[in-house]
Every structure is written in C-alpha cells, then in structure tokens.
Design a protein around this ligand. Structure first.
Ligand SMILES: NC(=O)c1ccc[n+]([C@@H]2O[C@H](COP(=O)([O-])OP(=O)(O)OC[C@H]3O[C@@H](n4cnc5c(N)ncnc54)[C@H](O)[C@@H]3O)[C@@H](O)[C@H]2O)c1
Length: 358
C-alpha cells in the first residue's frame, strides 16, 4: 500500500463515471478510496469503499492524497479552494471557474499550496491534437497566420439541466464545449489579444438562459487572425462520441486540419508540397508513437479511439503527482482559457471589440 496513490472523487456524475474513474482504474497503484456526492445513487455508482454526502468529509480524510472535482461549474471554486487548503493534489473540471476572477484566485491558491493542479481539458489529449501542436512547435507550419476553429454538435438530452442555467454553468455552449476548443487553439496559436463576438439562443427554451450558438473573430497577440464558432444546434454534427471539433490552421510554410472525429489522422499540406498552390491538403495517419501519452497504461487497440484517449488525462495527473512535476494543462491553462470566455461573453453582450484581459 506504501506507494498507492489514494484518490477521492467529488461529484459522481457523467464525467466521473465515463472518464475519470475508468482512467484512474487503468493506472497501476492508484485507488479510488472515497467518493463524495449528495446524490446517494450517483455516489454508489462508482463503487468506492467510502461514500460521503458532503465533500468536506472527504477532504478531511488523511487517506486521500488527491482529488478530482467533477461537479457543476458554479462549485468548482469553492471545492477547489477547500481541496488545496487541505493539501490535496487537485484535478478540476473545465471550465475551471465561472469567470477569470475566480480562476485567478484558484491559480493563486494552487501555487501557494505547492500541490499538483490540473484543469480537465480532456480533448487536448486527442492524439492528433497533440501531434498537431508538436508540428506547430517544430516550425513545420512556419509563422501562424490564420485559424478557423469550430465545435459543432446537435442538441443532446444530457445538455439540458444545470448546463442551461447561467448561475450554475457560467455560460452555455461557450464554456461547456467552447472551453475545450479555445484551450487547444491557444496552445497552437498563442494568446488572443482582442475579439468580437455574437451569440444566440436559437431554441428559446424557457428553462434555459444561456446561449446555444456563439461565434467570434479574434486577433492573436502574434498578429494571426482566427474565427471561432461553437454551437449545439447543428443537426447532423453528432453528440457525445460522434460530436465534432475541427481546427484549420495555416502558416507561412504550410497548413493542417484537425478533427476530433479523426483522433489518429490529420489533413496536412507541408514542406515542398505547400510550395505548389495546386496541392490540396492530404490525409495522413499520425505516427503510432503518438497514439497515447508515453507510458500511459491503456492499450491502443482497446476501445473506440474517439473515446479511449480521454483516459490519458488520469495518467497525466497521476504521473505528475508521482514525479512532482507541474502537469499540462494546469490551472494556469484554465485561467488563460477563462479570460477568453469572459471577453467573448462581454463582447457578445456589448457588440464591441473587447480586449482579452491579462
Ligand atoms: N472534461 C470533459 O470532457 C467533460 C465532460 C463532461 C463534463 N465535464 C465537466 O464536468 C463537470 C460535471 O459535469 P457532468 O456532466 O459530470 O455533470 P453531471 O450533472 O452528470 O454530474 C454532476 C454531479 O455532481 C454532483 N454534485 C453536485 N454538487 C455537489 C457537491 N457539492 N459535492 C459533490 N457532488 C456534487 C451531482 O449530484 C452530480 O452527480 C462540469 O464542470 C462539466 O463542465 C467535463
């Protein structure tokens, strides 16, 4: 038991059941020792030895080394601050907070605590997204000029409930799925300087007070420009494992297209091929070494490749704790994305170009 890493899960809903618990259970010498959820049925579903209705009881346990916070967004701040104060390594769901001020407070508390902190930007673990980031950092695309980014899905039933309420979710489709897209684009193209957004609530659902479509035009700090569209009202764009996020990125030396539906392939036009204007993007499989994080315990032939990479997130958290090294994406990445969410909401409300706060 000496080397066993003991985890507590706070919030035993959909993401805990489908991503966190299975990911953690793949890791050697890792045990989910306790779960906290006021919903007894949800708490029991994770089959942990100890169950608490109140997360404070879980945080008081000396036999919990680290926690996963997977509750509705309006509770991330309170629970993360309590977890950090209790000295627990903390993996918190996205969007990290309700706004950038909260995210700043959480990052500051995390840095002071000295524990490992991480934001669950799960889709950044898509092998093709990691490989594309690698290509961009190697300079294969040259200087980035433009990005065309979209996360489109059809409406699915699980998106109703707390996600439809601003006071619980902070925003609608922007924070819910747009935060994943923005996180990856910032990794690829750097920070956004200013943006202009428009939003709609097309469904006019009386139980919802959040946007279900938002788009913005952005200027990056490095001079690149980008467009973003995030929607959950696109019939035919799928939901859950079939929903799609795609990012087109063009630089002085080449172009590439990422799609979440193609976790092991990219479309690229690079090198000498990019010098010939008639050449089109071509679909290439990414190298097999990139199909999972180095050392991750899962077998690449197991499960649907559009889902199984999500388990690498737990491996990243666990290895960072064991190595004492800051993991990516940390709370810092959570804050960086949150600043863009705040600016997009402010711009959609005012109609004005809005700087992204530093
Ligand atoms: N990273 C991803 O890919 C991904 C996917 C889905 C959801 N999420 C995020 O995960 C979080 C949870 O989403 P979900 O889809 O699992 O929601 P959900 O509604 O399915 O589950 C939330 C759970 O939290 C519990 N809960 C509420 N208050 C609590 C408290 N104070 N203490 C303990 N438990 C509490 C609820 O009873 C419920 O069981 C959200 O922040 C969401 O944005 C992330």
């Amino acid at each position: 038991m000496g080397n066993t890493l003991r985890i507590g899960i706070i919030g035993a809903g959909s993401v805990a059941r489908r991503i966190h618990a299975p990911g953690l259970r793949l890791c050697e010498d890792v045990k989910i020792v306790a779960v906290a959820d006021p919903d007894a049925e949800a708490a029991a579903s994770l089959k942990a030895p100890e169950i608490h209705a109140d997360y404070r009881e879980l945080l008081a346990r000396p036999d919990v080394d680290a926690v996963v916070i997977a509750v509705p967004n309006n509770q991330h701040r309170e629970i993360a601050l309590a977890a950090l104060a209790a000295g627990k390594h903390t993996l918190c769901e996205k969007p990290l907070a309700m706004n950038a001020a909260e995210a700043e407070e959480m990052l500051e508390a995390a840095q002071k605590s000295g524990v490992i902190h991480m934001t669950a930007f799960t889709y950044g673990f898509t092998p093709s997204a990691r490989y594309l980031t690698h290509l961009v950092r190697q300079g294969e695309l040259g200087e980035i000029r433009s990005v065309r980014a979209a996360y489109l899905m059809a409406l699915s039933k699980h998106l109703l409930g707390w996600r439809s309420r601003r006071e619980l979710a902070g925003s609608g489709v922007l924070g819910d799925i747009g935060s994943h897209l923005i996180h990856i684009v910032l990794e690829l193209a750097g920070d956004i300087k200013t943006l202009s957004a428009r939003q709609k609530d097309f469904r006019k659902d009386p139980t919802s007070d959040v946007e279900d479509w938002i788009a913005f035009l952005a200027e990056f700090e490095n001079g690149a420009c980008g467009t973003f569209e995030i929607s959950r009202v696109c019939p035919g764009r799928g939901a859950d494992v079939t929903e799609d996020m795609f990012i087109e990125i063009y630089g002085t030396k080449g172009g590439a297209v990422f799609s979440m539906q193609e976790p092991r392939a990219l479309q690229v036009c690079l090198g000498a091929r990019a010098d010939e204007p008639a050449n089109q993007l071509e679909r290439v499989q990414i190298p097999q070494d990139w199909w999972k994080l180095p050392g991750a315990p899962r077998h690449v032939s197991e499960g649907d490749p559009r889902w199984s990479y999500r388990f690498d997130q737990a491996w990243r958290f666990v290895s960072a704790i064991r190595e004492g090294a800051a993991p990516e994406p940390s709370f810092e990445a959570g804050l960086r994305t949150q600043r863009v969410l705040d600016a997009a909401l402010a711009s959609a409300a005012s109609g004005a170009w809005t700087p992204v706060g530093a």
